[in-house]
Design a protein around this ligand. Structure first.
Ligand SMILES: Cc1cc2nc3c(=O)[nH]c(=O)nc-3n(C[C@H](O)[C@H](O)[C@H](O)COP(=O)(O)OP(=O)(O)OC[C@H]3O[C@@H](n4cnc5c(N)ncnc54)[C@H](O)[C@@H]3O)c2cc1C
Length: 411
């Protein structure tokens, strides 16, 4: 494989997860001369590498695979297509016009790519950002750290943890515990229902883990190691649960540190880079894809986004994308809509869908207005953290000025 610091690079992909690998593979298959994937871990494959459970791969390989098998197949497919996958290599800075500062074991320096695909995924909020009180005892991890300890390093960090959260990933945490012989003593959720769809709520009970709804974490107790957690119900009645660890699951946020330290615009709603419906960032040399765009979708959905992004990057390289600056900004108003992505849409194209999430149970209509006039509406009946896809083709772009405002109107 050519040294990454030598030669011209047509497309550099930052992040070798499902979305980055899919985009790279399709670009190479379409005839782009040099496509490199830059991955900071010792192996590419992204988060599925340490999700030692099914179901991954139905969309991509028409079969159900565990995460590690799925990741390995994606990497193999990319390499077979001719993609250069550079592991143990980290992008430490993104600069205007496709300049990347990168660092690996042997060298650190600058590369320049004609186009850059930014695909660094999501992570769970760490304890510090959840504002949980208590000391820094041993045994407090996110699901990602737990999975990597259990599946990649063969470690067992505790025996009887409490699992905080009920998103899909929280159920992965239970599966990971079971794999390692760990018996969670409780799963807690501050809402009246699990965040993941029914019938996931039955799963903890089936495997003997008590599920406590209406229950929030107040503090983590212990000195060197965790000895208990204090929880409170909706009436603020507090009690202690004995445990030797805590899994802080879910509450995802895009891994957008590079953009925050650099020059790309960031959306405060998604926490990811601002993009148009072609995945193009505020610097049009940069495109973004996968879970970096918004928290959070499945591996298959992220893979599909990367796969579809390849055609848009190709169109751009061939001068076929609409002008990057002829855009309408999408702005969210009110507390109910958590985010809308893309945050800009090209005035001359009605391709694509707006992805939205709401902050709680929502039955009603999302109204789109521009300059005070209605330009579209979309009926919803959903809950927090559920995917909403609104086709851009149903918006009247011709009637819109430079901004469309979205607002939820309950029925
Ligand atoms: C803990 C956890 C568990 C999950 N479990 C599931 C599950 O069971 N099923 C499911 O469908 N989805 C799950 N997800 C969602 C997951 O994000 C998607 O499955 C999928 O991995 C998204 O693909 P991606 O390519 O967008 O990002 P990722 O898979 O996250 O890939 C991003 C890659 O970028 C690399 N990277 C980041 N920064 C840099 C840098 N500066 N330089 C170089 N490389 C960098 C990372 O090392 C990583 O390999 C989980 C997510 C998390 C965080």
């Amino acid at each position: 494989m050519t040294d990454i610091f030598n030669g011209k690079i047509d497309v550099a992909v930052i992040g070798g997860g499902p979305s980055g690998l899919a985009a790279a593979t399709e670009l190479k298959r379409a005839g782009i001369a040099r496509v490199v994937v830059i991955e900071r871990e010792p192996e590419a494959g992204g988060i599925p590498r340490h999700c030692g459970h099914p179901p991954f791969g139905m969309r991509e390989f028409k079969r159900i695979l565990t995460g590690p098998k799925y990741a390995a197949r994606l990497v193999k497919r990319a390499i077979n297509a001719g993609v250069e996958v550079h592991v143990d290599t980290t992008v430490v800075s993104m600069r205007a016009g496709g300049k990347l500062l990168i660092s690996n074991k042997n060298h650190s320096g600058k590369i320049v790519a004609t186009r850059v695909i930014y695909a660094t995924g999501v992570r769970e909020l760490p304890r510090s950002m959840r504002l949980i009180s208590g000391v820094r005892a041993k045994g407090i991890v996110n699901t990602g750290a737990l999975q990597s300890m259990v599946f990649l390093k063969g470690q067992v960090p505790f025996k009887h943890p409490v699992i905080v959260g009920t998103e899909l990933v929280s159920f992965s945490a239970i599966q990971t515990c079971r794999h390692a012989g760990i018996k969670p003593v409780a799963m807690i959720e501050e809402n009246t229902h699990t965040s993941a769809r029914w019938p996931t709520g039955i799963f903890p009970r089936l495997v003997g883990v008590p599920l406590h709804l209406n229950t929030r974490l107040v503090s983590i107790n212990g000195d060197r190691v965790v000895t208990s957690v204090t929880v409170a119900d909706h009436l603020d009645n507090k009690r202690e649960i004995s445990c030797d660890g805590v899994v802080l699951s879910g509450k995802f946020t895009p891994e957008s540190t590079l953009a925050r330290m650099g020059h790309l615009d960031i959306d405060s709603g998604t926490g990811g880079p601002v993009v148009d419906q072609f995945g193009r960032c505020s610097d049009p040399v940069y495109f973004a894809t996968g879970n970096l765009l918004r928290p959070v979708e499945t591996g298959g959905f992220s893979w599909q986004e990367g796969h579809d992004l390849a055609q848009k990057v190709l169109d751009d390289l061939n001068g076929k994308l609409p002008q990057a600056d002829d855009i309408i900004a999408i702005v969210v108003e009110g507390e109910m809509i958590k985010y809308a992505m893309p945050q800009r849409i090209s005035r001359t194209s009605n391709q694509g869908k707006i992805q939205l999430r709401v902050t709680g149970d929502a039955k009603g209509v999302i109204k789109a207005t521009s300059g005070g006039k209605p330009v579209g509406e979309f009926a919803i009946n959903t809950r927090a953290e559920r995917r909403i896809l609104w086709p851009i083709s149903s918006l009247d772009l011709a009637k819109s000025n430079g901004q469309i405002t979205l607002r939820f109107d309950p029925k």
